[in-house]
Design a protein around this ligand. Structure first.
Ligand code: COA
Length: 289
């Protein structure tokens, strides 16, 4: 890292600009592939990688969203590629990744970011509802790792899984998400052990609530933002740039000896119980006392 705290050596957008404290060539020569990269936290990660000098490929379900995100990334000076794919469809995902590699070169950083979420009572949701989240989050993460493997093997690259505290903190109305994210955490560790011999690193990043994301508008929609802010020990949501900067640190040379690690970037939310928020969600959505 370069620069003093409170200053930004290059490309700074605001006084608090964590990416501006990273070297603009931190990820030079690297090719990143990010699922769910058309919006939200994952686009924030893509932008951080772009500002650190990586070529960036994004994939998601909606072509128009990807095209708009690609323009934003190109405006940051990055070489960009995109092709729509649903992470549940491994063949489509492989085609998107192969397209990215043909355009930009061998992938050296994969980010499994695509996710789906909604609140639902465990005893009421359909089998397909539960399966849908497991398919997007867990199977999508596995497909991302599986498709990226030949590239990561050649580049001795890194895979980063975007996880959530539901993986290890019991949370009401999130049984489907908890099951999927807990699976991701173990997949991350298993791959660190199995693929370490190829020089491939495997880690997870656990964001807390992040401003301006579909995830938070879904989760905080029923209760409002205030109670979430109060629940976070740091008393605020993260900015996408704060997640992006830590993803760049973990995925690039600064993280060269980090593998099998779960990285909490959540303002401390993992350390407090989920009861108050669950109570409020239960009242707002399910009329529970
Ligand atoms: N409560 C209970 N069940 C729900 C639900 C909710 N709020 N939302 C969807 N479902 C059920 C559907 O009824 C369906 O089950 P059924 O066939 O038995 O009726 C199943 O989940 C699949 O829903 P569908 O809308 O067909 O799936 P999809 O693949 O089009 O969308 C979702 C996937 C449901 C996860 C959708 O919310 C999504 O696309 N999310 C992506 C964005 C996101 O969640 N971002 C935040 C990440 S933190």
């Amino acid at each position: 890292m370069t620069g003093r705290q409170g200053t930004a050596p290059h490309g700074a957008e605001s006084a608090h600009d964590p990416i501006g404290h990273l070297s603009s060539d931190l990820l030079a020569g690297q090719v990143a592939f990010i699922t769910g990269g058309g919006s939200g936290i994952n686009l924030g990660i893509a932008k951080a990688f772009a500002r650190c000098g990586a070529a960036v490929a994004i994939c998601g379900r909606t072509e128009e969203k990807l095209a708009a995100a690609a323009e934003e990334l190109a405006a940051l000076g990055a070489k960009v590629a995109y092709r729509a794919a649903d992470v549940r469809d491994m063949d489509a995902l492989q085609a998107s990744m192969d397209h990215a590699a043909a355009e930009l070169g061998d992938i050296s950083i994969a980010v499994a970011g695509a996710a789906g979420n909604f609140f639902a009572k465990a005893e009421e949701m359909s089998s397909n509802a539960f399966r849908t989240v497991v398919d997007i989050d867990l199977m999508g993460a596995y497909h991302t790792a599986r498709c990226a493997f030949p590239y990561l093997q050649r580049t001795r690259g890194s895979i980063l899984f975007i996880s959530a505290s539901q993986a290890f903190k019991a949370t009401r109305y999130q049984a489907h998400v908890g099951a999927a994210k807990a699976g991701i955490e173990m997949l991350m560790k298993d791959l660190a052990v199995e693929w370490g011999r190829h020089g491939i690193r495997s880690n997870s990043l656990v964001p807390g609530p992040v401003s301006g994301t579909e995830g938070m508008s879904r989760l905080a929609g029923p209760t409002g933002d205030d109670m979430w802010r109060k629940a976070v020990p740091l008393g605020r949501y993260a900015e996408k740039e704060e997640i992006g900067a830590m993803a760049a640190v973990l995925s690039g040379p600064l993280g060269a000896y980090v593998t099998g690690a779960q990285f909490l970037v959540d303002g401390g939310l993992s350390q407090v119980g989920s009861g108050e928020i669950s109570d409020a969600v239960g009242r707002a959505l399910f009329g529970e006392e």
